[in-house]
Design a protein around this ligand. Structure first.
Ligand SMILES: O=P(O)(O)OC[C@H]1O[C@H](OP(=O)(O)OP(=O)(O)O)[C@H](O)[C@@H]1O
Ligand SMILES: O=c1cc[nH]c(=O)[nH]1
Ligand SMILES: [Mg+2]
Length: 212
């Protein structure tokens, strides 16, 4: 089966929650809830092709065949903003492992700076689901995927709420094998490399650290 490399989830619920998320009047508690809902909707699409294995279960009435996951999943949040997408994903995939990567964008250069990574030597997962609400220049996602590739993960996907077109192009160029799931692709970046129209700084809006 061949998959489209980029899936922009076209759904009325995505559209309405995304509109509220973009609104500058949306306060952090509601922002977090909206990120949670959108992460679940993205995860529903992204997990469509996960392998399953048969399992026999007993209902109160009889034996029947059910399913269990047939591969191991790692959820990889890019700190900080990616943390807001972890809980909704482990609600849906309770056995998933969570591996944190700390990256921030240098404010002057917009280049990613790694400040936390504690992956073990032995790669323990079949599929890595990288989560970060924003794919702007693509620098942070490319750095995270470089790390996961060195770690030996064969199948990677990235779930982002908003991507920029330049970020999508860069990801396709540098990690063509990574499947990308987004709620929306915005056309451009501004001079500070923020996504336009975007939603501003996702990490600051999640963690209420926007200082004006
Ligand atoms: O595609 P890029 O140009 O690399 O930009 C996207 C990155 O920027 C944001 O994180 P930020 O650096 O603001 O860190 P934070 O989550 O701690 O706020 C966002 O959550 C991504 O990680
Ligand atoms: O628009 C952007 C770009 C980078 N990081 C964000 O949080 N927002
Ligand atoms: Mg930020």
């Amino acid at each position: 089966m061949s998959h489209p490399p980029v899936c922009a989830v076209d759904h009325p619920l995505v559209a309405l929650h995304l509109s509220q998320l973009r609104d500058k009047a949306t306060p952090p508690p509601e922002f977090r809830l909206l990120v949670r809902r959108l992460a679940m909707l993205l995860a529903y699409e992204a997990t469509r092709d996960l392998a399953t294995a048969p399992v026999t279960i007993e209902t109160p009435l009889t034996s029947t065949e059910g399913k269990k996951l047939g591969e191991t999943i790692g959820i990889v949040p890019i700190l900080r903003a990616g943390l807001a997408m972890v809980d909704p994903l482990i609600d849906l995939i309770p056995d998933a492992q969570v591996w944190h990567l700390g990256l921030y964008r240098d404010e002057e250069t917009a280049q990613p700076v790694e400040y936390y990574s504690k992956l073990p030597d032995r790669r323990p997962v079949d599929v890595a689901m990288v989560v970060d609400p924003m794919l702007a220049t693509g620098g942070s996602a490319v750095a995270a995927l470089d790390t996961l590739k060195r770690w030996g993960v064969k199948r990677t996907m990235l779930l982002s709420i908003i991507a920029s077109q330049p970020g999508v192009d860069r990801l396709r160029e540098e990690h063509p094998e990574t499947r990308l799931f987004v709620c929306c692709i915005d056309p451009e970046l501004n001079d500070q490399q923020y996504i336009v129209p975007g939603l501003g700084d996702a990490g600051d809006r999640v963690f209420n650290t926007l200082v004006s």
